[in-house]
Design a protein around this ligand. Sequence first.
Ligand code: ATP
Ligand code: MG
Length: 376
Amino acid sequence: MPLFDLAPKETSGALFGRDREVAELTRLVEARRWVVVLGPRMVGKTSLVKAVRHRLRRPGAYVNLWGVRNVQGLVEGLISGFNESASLRARLVRAARRVDGFSVGPSGLSVATSRAPLQTAWDLLDLLGTEKRDCLVVLDEVQELSSNAGALLRLLGNVFNTRPNIVFVFTGSLVGLSRTLLEPATASPLFGRAPLSLSLGAFDRPTSAQFLARGARELGLNLSAGDIDAALDGPLDGTPGWLTLFGNNVAVRKLPADRALRETIREGKKVAEAELAHFLSTHDTSLYWPALKAIAVGASWGTVREYVSRSTGGAVNDGTVLRVVRALEANYIARQAEGGYGIVDPMVRAYVLDAGSPPRVTRRRPYIRRSRDRPR
Ligand SMILES: Nc1ncnc2c1ncn2[C@@H]1O[C@H](COP(=O)(O)OP(=O)(O)OP(=O)(O)O)[C@@H](O)[C@H]1O
Ligand SMILES: [Mg+2]
């Protein structure tokens, strides 16, 4: 698979510059530790977990939870994950006969719609747990289930207690739920058995330059040092997904490097916009947007308070502003930096700096074209 392919990479051989992370995640899964892979959009979370899954060849499922709002969505993801594995399917056929409401037809396992989703999710994981081998279940974009966090945590706590051969790997970028997973309260079913976190960051500058040069070479193109420098000076900033899109724009769409860069940033800002809109759909825009505007210019605490206060006509107190900043930090959107606050993801920062008004609230997936424009 060429480096500039826009789809998530599926194997560790296709991944660039992540040997250490692949080894670390593999080691933790083999040691039966549960892991949350954290990182900003487009940094390569899905690619990493897919590569490790491919490497370990464990029975289980990869479930993408984007847009899933309830446990029924999780159930459907698990079923299609199980059905994708021929060996698992054959065994499930036998096991499923014993479970009321489960059946197996030519297209695989299916479940009666009358069944309660939470019970079904449990039964499915319980079936998987009867495997003799260790199993791996990946829940990508786990924050989507945060409105069902209580039920999900009970389910996970149950699996943890009774099915030690099932290992979960979670990913998230807006990670309200990951926080719940990583720092479970004493009352949480995961208290005392919180997953470990593995943070994925952007490539450093030399690695980013090598990535672009190698990707271009693979497709018979030479990117000049000047073009590479120009690309790495802006908000692409070593984020593998943005480098990939830039490279794809140059090498596959055959755009001149400067135009490819502009298009990549435009696309990146659209993703940032959708990401923030998604966040704001559950947070008060009149408080959060002025805070983001202040934080994008590296404001101190006092300035953030001033921006929020001005935009709300002085109707907020310090406690409210503190809550806003804390929520932005907890969701890995903002962080405290030298002399003030800053926005974590350079593409999100670029979007917030330029936007005249807050993003329109949507539940759409921040998404770039990933199936078209594939290098051949
Ligand atoms: N280490 C890597 N080597 C090569 N390509 C990579 C690497 N990491 C990411 N990519 C590419 O970057 C793009 C984004 O990767 P991926 O979808 O895995 O990221 P993500 O963090 O899951 O993104 P999102 O936040 O949108 O879910 C894809 O085109 C993928 O092929
Ligand atoms: Mg992903």
